[in-house]
Design a protein around this ligand. Structure first.
Ligand code: PFF
Length: 458
């Protein structure tokens, strides 16, 4: 495929919705609320927003510059911009990271499909709290059901990917993202109108700085990173389809704004509802698949039809958010095979779907029949999660910031930011400072924290 016959996004709004679709995902709807819950509510949100601005935006703009300048897949991008150097490994690492994330992310995404069906058939209503725990544990440890849903989810992703950049990714984002916003608003409205919802709202709006310590800062940075899809070339790949007149800094601000708004709205769904029925928001998958059905059940128990409808809408919301993210992860690997190995798009997509289905099935089984098989004390699912989210993403992000801040020719940075001199960019120096110093130092802190290096000094 040559530079000229490469696909492009067709419209400005398509560019923003597709990029925001990659960012908005399971990370916003379950990870953000429980991090907020654990770290002092509004205080965490304030620090998170600071991290998005100081750390996330520079790295996102760097990915945009690298992608659009090279007009290539992530691996090709670094090769083109730094011919003959070892920087090419940054791109390759990104493709591998995306591939592994897609494998285990599809497992949780598949669970949302099972819960959509359960909600639609009314089997999520009329259960006790213990019933919800038993239902969830029984489901994830079942040998074939979650594996089957993982494959179904990957097929849905595959279906969009084979249709291409404009007809598949852009068109689906234009339908899925507005639908997601509507669902978010409907569910937020329902949640904040519950009795005693005020307590949850106060929790989200009144900062409690007594809970803020260094781990909160580091937790907020990690969350910003995962949530904005940074560090593996997802947004770099999407930027390779941007138009020449796309304003990169403005697009990055829009994507970060949408992603943060969705995360905060998810908080407005979960906290008022949970506080209203006196449930403390739990962490991880259990928040979504055990606590929330219990919340819907208790809050609307006297109106079973409404409880059924709201839980159905909630799992639909989750599935849509996950789908726009899996599409972006799949695209990174598919276009890599297309361009580096000259495979046709459908064939490349088939390879990725098949191998990811295999990884997904193994990850899914590792939560049930294969739970005895562990490496470093972690099941395969947890191992992939740890490897990618805690090591490969921060590592990739650090390298991206260093590449853009210290290696990339300043003329390229200027041309990309100003669209070849046609725009005035007042933030040029600030951005360069962010890329050279703030982002690398900030990301290094997150990274070191994963290995408990700071604990040695406490
Ligand atoms: N940003 C997605 C979320 O918040 O769920 C997850 C994700 C997608 C991470 C794509 C990394 C990535 F490249």
């Amino acid at each position: 495929m040559t530079k000229n016959d490469r696909a492009n996004f067709g419209s400005k709004i398509g560019i923003i919705l597709a990029s925001a679709g990659s960012a908005v995902g399971l990370g916003n709807i379950w990870r953000f609320p429980f991090e907020t819950g654990n770290h002092g509510g509004a205080a965490f949100i304030l620090i998170y927003i600071l991290c998005v601005i100081a750390l996330g935006l520079p790295v996102m703009i760097a990915e945009f510059m690298i992608g659009r300048r090279s007009r290539s897949n992530t691996a090709g991008a670094y090769r083109i911009l730094s011919t003959g150097t070892q920087w090419k490994w940054v791109g390759r690492l990104g493709v591998l990271t995306g591939f592994l994330i897609l494998g285990y992310y599809s497992v949780v995404a598949g669970w949302t499909l099972q819960y959509i069906v359960q909600a639609a058939t009314g089997s999520l209503t009329g259960q006790s709290a213990e019933g919800f725990i038993a239902t969830f544990n029984g489901f994830v440890s079942n040998p074939w059901k979650p594996a089957l849903w993982t494959v179904v989810f990957l097929f849905l992703t595959h279906f969009v990917i084979v249709r291409g950049v404009e007809k598949g990714i852009e068109r689906s984002s234009k339908v899925l993202m507005p639908l997601l916003f509507i669902l978010l608003l409907v569910l937020t409205g329902c949640s904040i109108s519950l009795p005693n919802a005020g307590e949850g709202i106060r929790f989200l709006l009144q900062p409690d700085f007594s809970k803020v310590d260094s781990s909160v800062l580091l937790g907020a940075m990690g969350q910003a990173f995962f949530s904005l899809s940074l560090g593996m070339g997802c947004l770099c790949t999407y930027a390779s389809y941007f138009r020449d007149d796309t304003k990169l800094p403005r697009t990055a601000v829009n994507v970060a704004l949408i992603d943060t708004m969705v995360a905060i709205l998810a908080g407005f769904i979960i906290f008022p509802a949970a506080f209203s029925v006196g449930i403390s928001p739990d962490s991880g998958p259990s928040l979504l698949f055990i606590t929330l059905p219990n919340v819907f059940q208790q809050a609307f128990g006297s109106l079973p039809l409404l409880a059924t409808l709201l839980s159905f809408l909630f799992y639909l919301l989750l599935a849509l958010a996950a789908l726009t993210s899996t599409i972006s992860l799949h695209e990174v690997a598919t276009v890599y095979l297309c361009e580096e190995f000259h495979l046709a798009r459908p064939k490349a997509a088939r390879w990725i779907t098949t191998v990811c289905a295999f990884i997904g099935i193994c990850c899914s089984l590792s939560l049930g029949v294969g739970s005895n098989l562990t490496l470093f004390g972690l099941t395969l699912f947890d191992l992939f999660d740890f490897l990618t989210a805690k090591i490969m993403l921060p590592g990739g992000g650090l390298l991206i910031a260093l590449f853009a801040g210290w290696y990339l020719d300043k003329k390229i940075i200027w041309e990309e930011l100003s669209n070849k001199g046609t725009l005035t960019v007042r933030t040029y120096r600030l951005l360069l400072f962010g890329l050279k110093y703030v982002a690398p130092i900030g990301i290094s802190l997150v990274f070191l924290d994963q290995f408990n290096v700071f604990a040695l000094f406490r």
